[in-house]
Design a protein. Structure first.
Ligand code: AMP
Ligand code: GLY
Length: 475
């Protein structure tokens, strides 16, 4: 076959990385991205999916676009479209699409459901209980702490809360207050917190584990070390300023983000651990989901794991499931994929994943996210306005400069950018989000890849640009 047309559905940096992986296939001539961002149209073979000059966003419009252009295969990145049932709609229309059906997104969309299922099928998880009644949840907290004075709880809003729905507690008071704030007042995560999961807090090292499956065969993907906190070591002053501006009373709290960067391969995920995770977690979850629900899970999946130690042995336990690839993890994992992305996706669709061999480059990729940081802006009233920056309130629409100075071997995936006109009417690139660009350096060794990323990110400028300096250090 030649002349393949692929459609990637994703607005962010993960979507850029997926589109780039498809564009490397000799079987693919054109990669459309919906809704995409400015980066989607800056890669070879890639274009934003447009209708009447505007990016297509609604599922119905995306379907129409795919039909009109004769798209052969669609690949869906983010949980929003997946849980809205985009895969079901495409399938009903007779279009080939890679990603889990809506029925499977409950694994990410309801933490309580996922934990009940995993317990049922014998996948290791922390002890948990689900509650819809705050009084009962508070009662459980009191008896848990009376019986386990050495232990702690994590309080989780059951539903989707943009990755922020978990409160890791260090005392009974904190756990009780978390339940109050999620379920009663101020209902921190809205309806996502109508039900909560109270879960034993585990100690250990965290690991994100990615896999691909056609519903029967499950293959591990390469993994990535991630950096979730907004600030790195030595940034105490910036943390305090951030918290003063965002109104967090705990001035030393280093906030969580969707990810500030990462690198692949993962430094301590060895073959033994990977096999154990596959055998005890990934394979049983895919099989158990099929047997319990009758639906095959097809596509990418990632497990948030805690690697605990029990009698000197490493025991992985599942903290969360996500029905997709991570962002920015995809930006450092996918550039290392040497297997043809189109053939891999076809095999997932056709239930023939067992016929594929996944090949990875031995190189290391280091990705550093440039985010919209603190900006002081003169407001129109004459009073200065200041915003703390991502993950808190931040300004967008800042012109981006310097991309042309980036070396050709360094990848720049766009998380939040758009083309627009500056005051003189010239076309420019502007920021549109909290995370703006992910600069990916590559090298035979971590150190070299890290240097490539940092040498190049320094050439990029926009008002408020900030990035962690320690990606690739302190694993
Ligand atoms: P989640 O919303 O489940 O992805 O959790 C977000 C973060 O909270 C995780 O990445 C962990 O750092 C932490 N966490 C969640 N569950 C637990 C647990 N049972 N024990 C310890 N930490 C947890
Ligand atoms: N980087 C974490 C996520 O995509 O959920």
């Amino acid at each position: 076959m030649s002349g393949g047309k692929v459609l990637v559905v994703d607005a962010g940096g993960r979507g850029n990385a997926i589109a780039h992986a498809f564009a490397r296939s000799p079987l693919v001539d054109r990669v459309y991205v919906a809704p995409g961002n400015a980066g989607s149209s800056m890669m070879e073979k890639c274009r934003i999916a447009l209708s009447g000059g505007d990016p297509v966003r609604e599922i119905g419009d995306i379907v129409s676009f795919a039909k009109k252009k004769g798209v052969d295969l669609t690949f869906v990145g983010p949980e929003g479209y997946l849980s809205d049932g985009i895969v079901n709609v495409f399938t009903e229309e007779g279009l080939d699409v890679v990603g889990p059906r809506r029925e499977a997104t409950v694994l990410e969309g309801s933490k309580g459901y996922a934990k009940d299922l995993l317990k049922e099928i014998g996948v290791p998880i922390p002890h948990h209980r689900n509650f819809t009644d705050p009084e009962e949840a508070l009662g459980h907290i009191a008896s848990f702490y009376a019986e386990n004075p050495e232990k702690n709880l994590v309080v989780k809003a059951d539903g989707l809360a943009a990755g922020k729905g978990s409160i890791v507690c260090a005392s009974e008071e904190e756990a009780a207050s978390a339940v109050e704030r999620i379920m009663v007042e101020p209902r921190l995560f809205g309806d996502a917190g109508r039900r909560v999961v109270l879960e034993e807090r585990l100690e250990g090292r965290e690991l994100m584990f990615f896999a691909v499956t056609d519903g029967r065969t499950v293959f591990p993907l390469e993994s990535a070390m991630d950096y979730k906190r907004a600030f790195g070591p030595g940034e105490e002053v910036a943390i305090r300023l951030y918290n003063r501006l965002s109104g967090d009373p705990n001035l030393d709290h280093n906030p969580n983000t969707g990810g500030m960067g990462g690198y692949s391969p993962h430094p301590w995920l060895d073959d033994d651990l990977s096999e154990r995770i596959m055998g005890e977690i990934a394979v049983p979850t895919i099989r158990g989901f099929r047997e319990e629900t009758g639906f095959e899970y097809r596509g990418m999946i990632y497990f948030g794991l805690m690697i605990t130690e029990e009698e000197g042995e490493r025991v992985p336990k599942v903290l969360e499931i996500n029905v997709r690839l991570g962002d920015p993890e995809a930006e450092v994992i996918l550039p290392r994929l040497e297997t043809d992305m189109y053939l891999l996706s076809r095999a997932v669709l056709d239930g023939e994943l067992d016929s594929v061999k996944l090949k990875w480059s031995p190189d290391t990729c280091v990705g550093v996210c440039a985010i919209s940081g603190r900006v002081v802006k003169p407001a129109s009233s004459g009073v200065q306005e200041e915003r703390p920056g991502y993950p808190g309130p931040h300004y967008t629409n800042m012109p981006i400069r310097g991309l042309e100075k980036v070396d050709p071997d360094v990848l720049v995936y766009h998380n939040g950018t758009a083309f627009g006109r500056d005051a003189r009417g010239a076309e420019r690139l502007f920021t549109t989000g909290g995370r703006v660009l992910t600069v990916v350096g590559r090298g035979a060794k971590l150190q070299a890849a890290r240097e490539r990323a940092y040498e190049n990110i320094r050439r990029i400028r926009f008002n408020g640009i900030r990035y962690r300096r320690d990606i690739g250090l302190f694993p």
